[in-house]
Design a protein around this ligand. Structure first.
Ligand SMILES: C[S@@+](CC[C@H](N)C(=O)[O-])C[C@H]1O[C@@H](n2cnc3c(N)ncnc32)[C@H](O)[C@@H]1O
Length: 191
């Protein structure tokens, strides 16, 4: 499908307003493809995108790995709705988009995870997606601690791809096993 051939074409699936946020907030196509290839291993892998935005990572993963299921959890309902609409337009059958805080998700329902520095918006003043959620530096620390605890409970062999991560959220029992073509993309496996 043509829209999966470049970032420019994929971003045209969205409104101008959403597309304008892509360079700072949505995963580049090449990064999404590499991350999804690392995560979509095993039979019917269930992959969770922690902070899924308008669904770009999940939809690219779903297109190239039809046997895996890509779920996104996103705190902004308006973004989840956009992800659902675009996914339907693309006739993708293996995406699920949920609205909520990742802290309410049972991570044991998923095999592998993708994380694009979702909490960073709490540290910056003028680069937020919008002002519809509370943003505060304390939330950056709180969410990192909660994610750390969730990841720490998962079984050996769990994979995570992080993009632009501060790595504060990664327990020491996860080992970096590779770096993407974009060096801000890292591949981790739990020991
Ligand atoms: C950098 S964007 C990445 C979007 C998507 N993963 C992608 O790569 O295209 C991070 C997203 O995480 C969401 N987010 C931040 N904190 C969250 C939380 N505690 N629970 C759920 N979503 C969160 C933000 O609303 C934002 O849409």
């Amino acid at each position: 499908m043509e829209c999966f051939s470049s970032d420019e074409k994929f971003n045209q699936l969205y409104s101008t307003e959403i597309s304008a946020l892509a360079s700072r907030h949505w995963t580049p196509l090449s990064v999404a493809r590499e991350a999804a290839a690392f995560l979509a291993v095993g039979v019917n892998a269930r992959i969770l995108d922690i902070g899924s935005g308008v669904g770009k990572f999940c939809m690219i993963g779903a297109q190239f790995h039809p046997d895996a299921i890509f779920t996104g959890i996103e705190q902004r309902e308006s973004l989840t709705q956009i992800a659902q609409l675009v996914s339907e337009r693309l006739s993708l059958k293996n995406t699920i988009f949920l609205t909520g805080n990742f802290t309410d998700i049972d991570f044991t329902q998923y095999h592998h995870f993708y994380f694009y520095n979702a909490f960073y918006e709490n540290l910056i003043d003028n680069d937020a997606i919008d002002q519809t959620v509370v943003q505060h530096p304390e939330l950056f620390n709180l969410y990192n601690r909660k994610l750390y605890k969730q990841l720490n409970k998962l079984p050996a062999g769990t994979r995570i791809a992080t993009f632009h991560s501060s790595e504060n959220e990664m327990p020491s029992n996860y080992q970096v096993v590779g770096v993407g073509s974009n060096e801000d993309l890292k591949f981790w496996i739990k020991l």
